[in-house]
Design a protein around this ligand. Structure first.
Ligand SMILES: Cc1cc2nc3c(=O)[nH]c(=O)nc-3n(C[C@H](O)[C@H](O)[C@H](O)COP(=O)(O)OP(=O)(O)OC[C@H]3O[C@@H](n4cnc5c(N)ncnc54)[C@H](O)[C@@H]3O)c2cc1C
Length: 407
């Protein structure tokens, strides 16, 4: 990052200024030892390996494959999943990893979330015993990387009842036709979880499709994104792809089962949004401690402190909310509406927080080198992916009124 040279004539502070700390209510103190150890491990990885290089990759729209061996070394593949070579651990641990990653870079958190949450999660929740034994161990070792193909060019929010991708059974083979859009990791990964409607019963079914060896499967990388640029999103075309029945997720009967996966990944986005806001806040706060205007550090101005306090309040509220959500999960009580409320609230607060961070860094706030612009742009993706703000609120609205507003 460019340095903010302190003018030689400016007074030094009477005592050293505090290091930015976005854990104001000391939630880390409450973590069990195993979770705390993982937080420290992931934080060190993100600060020492990812932070120094990620802005360059973000600017270049490229994925840092050089980091994959170190990600493997973290031993977090299959976190919160039991057996099948997975890391195991709690949903709290899963959330904390996502938060710590997003605190430095939302794209890396998303890469982790798509592979571990959406792709492995689909097999873990929707696969048969044989399917789990076959696919989860190499995925937990990051030898096979996955993606999750639900959204289509013409169908986003309405995916539950409107998928146009079709699956037609012919003996022990399924013929899949259609298009998927926005699919993270798909331009280079190994396995796609493809959601399609079965033309026979009109229900949504899930399929494990091998990207590199299935004739008729092609992917085009999406270009010119203005956010989450490190994640490689693709537009997938499936043209008469023949997928064996043994690759149909055997426990998936309808979109309700897809929603079980989305509940866990929306849970995770709540953590990611909290981490994203923390990263932007910490970088902006440091800037206000170092930047001089009118002969003073801008952090000493009342209106600047007002914004910082509001940012910290957003972050602290989000942290408390996602930690409580983890408790609900541990008690077996987490509902779709709980996850939806957290996804909507934390992403909205994140969006507000990163915008204030951008504001505090002035013009430099739109230069990627100052480590705030990346969070600012990436927050937009969090707000919309895994179901938009409006879709989450409709899920909550249905739960609290007993009335569905979905059309
Ligand atoms: C960076 C990024 C990564 C993504 N990664 C993946 C991925 O890996 N896999 C995947 O399957 N998808 C992925 N997505 C897709 C994402 O889930 C969709 O973008 C999202 O669900 C919204 O769909 P849409 O973009 O088609 O918007 P639309 O559904 O067209 O919505 C446009 C606007 O209309 C509003 N709207 C729509 N219907 C209603 C209604 N009934 N009431 C009120 N408002 C409504 C929406 O809230 C939104 O504001 C990704 C998206 C992004 C941006």
């Amino acid at each position: 990052m460019a340095t903010l040279q302190e003018p030689v004539t400016m007074p030094k502070p009477a005592k050293p200024l505090p290091e930015p700390n976005s854990d104001f209510y000391e939630l880390a103190e409450t973590l069990p030892a195993e979770e705390l150890a993982v937080v420290k491990q992931v934080r060190t990885f993100m600060e020492t390996k990812v932070a120094p290089i990620i802005t360059k990759y973000w600017i270049e729209d490229a994925f840092p494959f050089e980091l994959v061996p170190a990600i493997k070394g973290l031993n977090i593949g299959g976190v919160a999943m039991k057996g099948y070579g997975c890391r195991g651990g709690s949903a709290l641990m899963f959330g904390l990893i996502a938060l710590e990653m997003a605190r430095v870079d939302v794209s890396i958190a998303t890469f982790f979330g798509v592979h571990n949450g959406l792709a492995m999660g689909s097999i873990y929740l929707g696969g048969s015993e044989e399917q789990k034994q076959k696919w989860l161990p190499p995925m937990a070792r990051w030898e096979k990387i996955g993606c999750f193909g639900l959204t289509e060019p013409l169908v986003g929010s309405g995916a539950s009842g409107g998928l146009t991708t079709t699956a037609k059974r012919e003996g022990d083979t399924w013929i899949i036709n259609g298009q998927k859009r926005w699919i993270g990791n798909s331009p280079w990964c190994d396995i796609s979880i493809i959601w399609a409607h079965d033309v026979a019963d009109n229900q949504v079914k899930g399929f494990i499709v091998e990207n590199k060896t299935t004739p008729g499967f092609s992917v085009e990388k999406m270009q010119n994104k203005a956010g989450l640029k490190v994640v490689q999103n693709g537009e997938i075309t499936l043209q008469n792809c023949r997928v064996p029945e043994e690759n149909r997720l055997q426990e998936v009967k309808s979109f309700r089962d897809t929603a079980r996966v989305l509940k866990m990944t929306r849970y995770m986005v709540g953590w990611e949004a909290t981490g994203c806001a923390m990263g932007a806040y910490e970088n902006a706060l440091k800037y206000t401690q170092e930047r001089f205007q009118f002969g003073k550090r801008i952090g000493s101005f009342q209106l600047v402190q007002d914004l910082l306090a509001k940012m910290l309040a957003n972050i602290t509220a989000s942290q408390c909310l996602v930690v409580r959500m983890a408790q609900l999960h541990a008690d077996g009580k987490l509902t779709d509406a709980h996850a939806a409320l957290a996804k909507a609230f934390t992403t909205a607060k994140c969006r507000e927080t990163v915008a204030w961070a951008r504001e505090l860094v002035g013009g430099n706030g739109i230069i990627a080198d100052y480590n705030v612009a990346r969070f600012f742009n990436d927050a937009e993706a969090l707000y919309s992916y895994e179901g938009t703000y409006q879709m989450q609120n409709l899920i909550v609205g249905k739960a609290i009124t007993g009335l569905s507003a979905f059309v």
